[in-house]
Design a protein around this ligand. Structure first.
Ligand SMILES: Cc1cc2nc3c(=O)[nH]c(=O)nc-3n(C[C@H](O)[C@H](O)[C@H](O)COP(=O)(O)OP(=O)(O)OC[C@H]3O[C@@H](n4cnc5c(N)ncnc54)[C@H](O)[C@@H]3O)c2cc1C
Length: 398
């Protein structure tokens, strides 16, 4: 007899992590997604030490560390003055504190999908979810599922189960592409960025390999306002490359790999947090509970932490209400803190006004070098402020 029947809405990072952990504990799990054969969309991301701990628990951490690229430093400087305005080193937390891993989204997706299927979760594609009530999911086709003991909402930033009206995108998004790694002068262990005020940003992040027999790659990104997207599409690719070169001439070998605008995918970001992670009998995980711009590189890690907390809470509590209250209690402080930090930091890296860039360059940057700020910033980036793993560990101590 399965312990519980659980429907997971969304076959992304949070949904698959929940599926792997909950199916392993003997629950009957079905994951529903609108994609016919769910796959990873988008470029690369940084797995932080806290997210890697969850992936270790799922059993895929070692594989992903091998495929990914070790990230030891986040580094950024401005164009004109060459002023260093971002320099966060994981090593400030001590020798054993770990580091980030730049990973191809496809590598993360494939590892989580395999773990979920191996644990016994069923994947149901081509299901466009429109609503949930009384333990049932409803689809755009008009069909509904059988009743489940629990519905997990992992539908991401545009989840119809979270927000009645879609969240407004932030003014800036970014164009992203996966390109082959080009070596020096780029640091294979750093995410590097160059800025012109906060209006322009180009970045290079090593993301390792999709599979062991594919080449090493980098995520290459260019910050862009949605309002300027049409102009970017209509201008020649060469004029855009000229702008990128002006900001960071060494990116030439990356630019040489871009022949077609469609190689660059525009990602939009939104910022929002639900007041509570449970509503109308649905429990929310990942971006469907809390979404933010990726400036702090935490979203996927947050989704992984949510999945581990939910699985632990359901395992520790026989009653559903107690389990969901424990899940919420274990996660809420960490989430509020990071949502606030992300909301504060985003304009310093993506905004049109001169004030945010001035504050970044002349206040935040000098302050960030004074003790104990280097250590605090390293803890912030590694995801460990508010000790999220310790909060999850206590879920087993009832
Ligand atoms: C450009 C970019 C860079 C980022 N960089 C980082 C980083 O460095 N580090 C980091 O930790 N995070 C990063 N993030 C954030 C991270 O990608 C998200 O926080 C994470 O993917 C959230 O996982 P999720 O499971 O909540 O949602 P998702 O991974 O978005 O999954 C949602 C799933 O739901 C499905 N779905 C959606 N709507 C429906 C529907 N109505 N019916 C059926 N299925 C549906 C989708 O097909 C998808 O499979 C970045 C995000 C972006 C956009």
């Amino acid at each position: 007899m399965p312990k519980r029947t659980i429907a997971i809405a969304g076959c992304g990072i949070g949904g698959l992590a929940c599926a792997a952990l909950l199916a392993r504990e003997g629950n009957r799990v079905v994951v529903f997604d609108r994609m016919q054969a769910p796959t990873a969309l988008g470029s690369g991301l940084i797995l932080q030490p806290v997210g890697l701990a969850v992936l270790d628990e799922i059993g895929v951490g070692a594989r992903l560390r091998l495929l990914g690229a070790e990230i030891r430093r986040l580094f950024g400087r401005t164009r004109g003055s060459g002023r260093v305005v971002l320099d966060v080193r994981y090593g400030r937390l001590g020798e054993h504190a770990g580091h980030g891993v730049g990973i191809h989204r496809g590598a993360l997706f494939e590892a989580l999908l395999a773990a979920a299927v191996q644990a016994g979760a069923e994947i149901a594609g081509s299901r466009d979810i429109t609503g949930a009530s009384d333990g049932r999911l409803s689809f755009a086709s008009g069909a509904t599922t059988a009743r489940h003991d629990l519905i997990v909402n992992a539908l991401g930033v545009r989840s119809p189960l979270s927000w009645r009206k879609p969240l407004a995108p932030l003014p800036f998004g970014a164009l992203w592409a996966n390109l082959d790694w080009v070596g020096a002068p780029f640091d294979a262990t750093a995410l590097e960025q160059r800025y012109e005020a906060a209006r322009r940003m180009v970045g290079v992040m090593p993301i390792g390999r999709l599979r062991s027999d594919t080449p090493q790659q980098a995520a290459f990104f260019w910050s862009l306002r949605h309002a300027d997207m049409a102009a970017w599409r209509s201008a020649s690719l060469d004029s855009w490359k000229h702008d990128v070169r002006r900001l960071w001439p060494q990116t030439e070998p990356f630019l040489d790999q871009i022949h077609d605008r469609d190689q660059m995918i525009m990602a939009s970001y939104a910022h929002g947090t639900l007041g509570a992670p449970v509503s109308n009998g649905v429990v929310h995980v990942g971006d469907s509970w809390h979404c933010a711009s990726p400036q702090l590189g935490q979203g996927a890690n947050m989704a992984l932490l949510d999945a581990m907390a939910l699985a632990r809470a359901l395992d520790a509590h026989g009653d559903m209400a107690g389990a969901l209250a424990a899940y919420s209690a274990a996660r809420v402080t960490h989430i509020r803190l990071y949502q606030l930090a992300s909301w504060m930091f985003t304009p310093a890296y993506q905004s049109n006004g001169a004030i945010a860039a001035w504050v970044r360059d002349w206040l935040m940057s000098p302050l960030s070098r004074i003790w104990p700020m280097p250590k605090i910033l390293a803890a912030l980036v590694s995801g460990s402020i508010a000790s999220p793993l310790a909060a999850i560990e206590t879920l087993g101590d009832r």
